[in-house]
Design a protein around this ligand. Structure first.
Ligand code: ZN
Ligand code: ZN
Length: 300
């Protein structure tokens, strides 16, 4: 990501926080006005969004800091730590909802179809839908997986709120008030699922996950197409840290080749890799022919 686009990502993160706070206020009002457990769960989900936006904002700003002497590989993994914290918050919100749903199921509470409350909930959902669309558009334009993930998450929120609203109307129409608690539990399940996914992804990131096979294939192709003068490349390893991609491998050259000539080959490969793989950090270990493993990519 270029500097300009990371500025945009920070600005969009501020926007998500503002939208999250407004939507939370609207949904809290809707829950209070109707007394519905399902709408209360929906409002709790909005608390999750505000916390998520806040932690994401801190992480985005922190991970944009340049590397320094004490953290020479940069601050990119800050995003993973923040995501783990968010995941735990999300799981706690889900547990609170399950608790409410359980008590609501064994002792169904009356709720009223307050038109203002329901109208405000529809307004909050429309706001969320608009922001989700914007996030997906900006995320795709700026190649930011974080923004796209955020947009997808908001989209599922919109779908679940629509489901809750339809369900509350159904519960009122059929007189089966336990439906309200059942819907709340369903909202809780989707929230728990999104928390689990987030924690899983972040832990994988903290464990230095390799790039996807497709990207690794591209890296291999670029090395073999641009290693004129070298004999082979082997022991290719990759790892991701936020938006950064670290690539390292061994490059076998004839033993009599000068350091200068070997370094020139490395520079060509590095330039081509950086062109094709965004935010690539490349380290190449050069070794003489007698060390060749003949197990890597033969480039000559
Ligand atoms: Zn080697
Ligand atoms: Zn160099």
């Amino acid at each position: 990501m270029a500097k300009g686009s990371s500025d945009i990502v920070v600005r969009v993160a501020y926007g998500s926080l503002a939208v999250g706070i407004v939507v939370l206020a609207l949904k809290a009002f809707a829950a209070w006005a109707t007394g519905s457990i399902a709408l209360y769960s929906d409002a709790l989900e909005s608390v999750v969004n505000v916390v998520t936006a806040l932690v994401a904002l801190v992480a985005v700003r922190l991970s944009a800091k340049p590397a320094d002497a004490s953290l020479p590989y940069g601050y990119h993994k800050a995003e993973y730590f923040s995501a783990v914290v968010i995941g735990i918050f999300i799981a706690v919100a889900a547990l609170l909802i399950f608790r409410e749903a359980y008590f609501g199921f064994i002792a169904p509470r009356e709720f009223k179809l307050d038109p203002l409350g329901l109208g405000v909930s529809v307004l909050a959902t429309a706001l969320n839908a608009g922001w989700a669309y914007w996030l997906l558009r900006m995320g795709r334009k700026n190649h930011s997986p974080a923004l796209v993930a955020d947009g997808r998450h908001l989209t599922t929120d919109v779908v679940s709120t629509v489901g809750v609203l339809v369900g509350v109307l159904l519960a009122a129409a059929t007189g089966i008030h336990q439906l309200d608690a059942v819907l709340a539990a369903l909202v809780g399940l989707t929230i728990l699922w999104s928390g689990w996914e987030l924690i899983k992804q972040s832990v994988i990131g903290l464990m230095d996950v390799a790039v996807e096979p497709k990207v690794l294939g591209k890296i291999r192709d670029i090395i073999s197409a641009n290693a004129d003068g070298a004999i082979e490349a082997h022991d290719i390893r990759t790892r991701q840290a936020g938006k950064m991609i670290f690539v390292e491998f061994h490059l076998v050259v004839p033993g009599a080749m000068s350091v200068e000539a070997a370094h020139a080959i490395c520079d060509v490969i590095e330039a081509k890799l950086r062109e094709a793989v965004e935010n690539a950090q490349i380290t190449i270990h050069v070794e003489p022919e007698e060390k060749a493993k003949h197990s890597g990519i033969v480039v000559v």
